[in-house]
Design a protein around this ligand. Structure first.
Ligand SMILES: Nc1ncnc2c1ncn2[C@@H]1O[C@H](COP(=O)(O)OP(=O)(O)O)[C@@H](O)[C@H]1O
Ligand SMILES: [Mg+2]
Length: 330
């Protein structure tokens, strides 16, 4: 569906050069909700904007639906972009126009007949549940409602791909959840391929089946969301995984371990086996079940007060039983 090959982007301002992207290779399948996560300045916006050439790549190739975007002349590019919708953190709505006219805008550019515009806008308004706001102006809408208008406008030309640049970063958690649910519905019902860039782990966990981690303009890890976040391979990935599970300081005195249970490993037998086998007390500090892509991962934070060599044996035992172990710092 989307194939990015050896993509680089260098910004040049006078004598200054900023290398924003270096040798990016990515493959996004049809129907994926593909997440790209990274810290601020990692190159996320540059990457997503190169896909539809809003930003001109310095080198590399970008195939969307077997068309190399790089080969297109301006007329061809305009046509190809109609099949690539985009939404933004700041919504980018036309503030002097009504909700109806905002959504109709791309269709008017195409000289679509009025009757068809009306039908299309009405069905999009129904989809994003904003029928009652048809005559409202953007200033009269909440952030979540503005993004719904953005989504409806992005879908007006029946695109195959939707690019989302930090689409929920300006929204509160509850509204974020609603927008993510809407994106999920669109992906399921229309088979739309969605590319999501974000600095928020929760967004990736909630909707992305695959994820790439971008760091200083390079992809440092890539794969199924569930695999990447249950076995993070490097520090940046760990940073994102741990974002949502911080513990109060006072817990970090003994030998505190973070345990992740996957692939059907049940918590209790493993823990009670540790207690029996090693004759230790296991103090459970916190526990929760997380869902990544509707798959369960059990997370347990435990404290075991034993000598270091015994703790190492326990860690080895847990890992042999398919529990991922992470030792918390004191
Ligand atoms: N138009 C630009 N001109 C010069 N440098 C830019 C421009 N846009 C982005 N950059 C630089 O490129 C790097 C990546 O930026 P960006 O793609 O916006 O990252 P992110 O979206 O992950 O925060 C940063 O160092 C940023 O300062
Ligand atoms: Mg950005």
């Amino acid at each position: 569906m989307i194939r990015i090959s050896n993509l680089s982007k260098v910004y040049t301002k006078g004598r200054n050069k900023v290398v924003a992207l270096q040798d990016i290779n990515l493959h996004i399948n049809k129907g994926d909700i593909y997440g790209i996560i990274g810290l601020s300045g990692a190159g996320k916006s540059s990457l997503i904007r190169c896909i539809n050439r809003i930003e001109e790549p310095t080198s590399g190739d970008i195939w969307v639906n077997d068309i190399n975007m790089i080969d297109l002349n301006p007329t061809q590019l305009r046509k190809a972009r109609k099949k690539i919708g985009m939404i933004f953190q700041s919504f980018n709505l036309l503030y002097s126009k009504t909700v109806f006219e905002n959504i109709a805008f791309p269709l008017r550019l195409d000289k679509t007949p009025e009757k068809i515009i009306k039908e299309k806008v009405n069905s999009l308004l129904e989809l994003v549940e904003l029928t009652d706001k048809i005559h409202a102006y953007p200033a009269q809408l909440s952030g979540g409602q503005k993004q719904r208008v953005g989504i409806a406008r992005a879908l007006a030309n029946d695109p195959d791909v939707l690019l989302c640049d930090e689409a929920t970063s300006a929204l509160d958690p509850k509204t974020t959840q609603q927008i993510l649910n809407l994106l999920k519905t669109i992906n399921k019902n229309f088979g739309l391929t969605i590319v999501v860039i974000t600095h928020e782990m929760e967004v990736i966990k909630e909707i992305c089946n695959r994820v790439a981690i971008l760091e200083s303009g390079r992809i440092i890890e890539e794969g199924n969301t569930i695999d990447i976040f249950s076995q993070p391979g490097n520090d940046i990935t760990k940073h994102f995984v741990e974002q949502s599970q911080e513990l109060p300081e006072e817990f970090l005195k003994g030998n505190v371990l973070n345990l992740s249970f996957m692939h059907g490993t049940a918590h209790e037998p493993v823990i009670s086996k540790v207690v029996k086998t090693f004759n230790v007390d296991v103090n459970i500090l916190s526990g929760k079940i997380e869902f990544i892509q509707e798959k369960q991962i059990g997370k347990l934070t435990v404290e075991i007060n034993v000598e270091p060599h015994k703790l190492l044996d326990i860690i080895k035992y847990l890992e042999e039983n398919h529990v991922r172990v992470e030792v918390m710092k004191k």
